[in-house]
Design a protein around this ligand. Sequence first.
Ligand code: NAP
Ligand code: GDD
Length: 322
Amino acid sequence: MTMRRALVTGITGQDGSYLAEFLLDQGYEVHGMVRRASTEKFERIDHLRDRLKLHQGDLLDHRSLVDALRASRPDEIYNLAAMSFVATSWIQPTLTAEFTGTGVTRLLEAMREVCPEARFYQASSSEMFGKVLEVPQVESTPFYPRSPYGVAKVYGHFITVNYRESYGLHASSGILFNHESPRRGLEFVTRKITWHAAAIKLNLRRELSLGNLDAMRDWGFAGDYVKAMWLMLQQDHAEDYVVATGEAHSVRECLEIAFDQAGLSIDDHVRLDPALRRPAEVEHLIGDPAKARERLGWAPAVGFEQLIRMMVDADLKLLGGT
Ligand code: NAP
Ligand code: GDD
């Protein structure tokens, strides 16, 4: 039997690295699209490099997308590439729209041209629910994005739905709630907290500055969430799915667990910095993953507390060099 082939955009990111591992384990030939930079930053996929086929490309460049698809001839395309940090989207709103919004259309157009029979996954986001209109959020909950990133993701979501309906593409959108791991970027709040807890414990830092401690998120483990992406593309019909744990926790709870794991007192080391608050905040996200559970047979394996303690331990190991 011939190996199934997958192309992953954003393969150097958190989710890309977990998805690449998962697909390799399933016996796929895994192709990744990577951007050219002055120095290569492939840390998250270094351990897989020999087993991956990488193609240069950028979501801003149609030619490179067509070439990456022609070279990889994928059965499945996972579009994970995006400018993914919400706070930066206020600083670079137009670029965010180009990467995170219009970039999806470029990739869908390239797919229509090169491999319309392939299956397509779009990395949509719970950030689209923003100022929530329903609790918990499900697939039919109306969107009310609160950041240029959220607005761009709504565009990416609906263009995916539209190309499915207009051209009959097998294109699914996964509305994923926050998911974290030891590979999470250092700017996101969970990793910022776990990294600083470890750094303070090891006397490498003295203080951690944070913004809104009351924000609540439905946080899961990235390793669990990439499996849901794959399951969506194994269905006969393309549809959209919410992927979440169904539990919400505050930034403060995350801080308490992380500092407890590191054996530190919050009062001695944490400072609130109003500059880290956002122009418009998403206060409370909580998803209902019933459809993913029932149709895909998906369920998260790692709970919130276990996740944060695992991230602190990984950062202690990373920074302690043990
Ligand atoms: P991430 O770690 O920030 O990775 C983003 C990836 O996109 C990186 O590989 C980055 O490449 C690539 N990229 C950015 N702009 C690009 C461009 N113009 N052309 C080609 N590649 C580009 O994000 P993540 O946490 O893995 O998230 C994956 C996707 O899921 C993103 O679309 C994100 O918005 C979405 N999402 C994430 C979550 C979450 O909680 N993690 C939840 C919902 C949705 P470089 O390495 O070169 O920068
Ligand atoms: N990053 C950060 N840094 N966030 C902070 C801080 C801080 O110092 N202090 C408080 N927060 C609050 C933010 O205001 C927000 O309410 C919450 O912590 C989570 O912030 P992030 O970890 O940056 O994630 P996000 O929820 O904005 O976005 C992530 O999840 C989305 C899915 O809902 C990203 O992964 C997006 O790409 C993803 O779509």
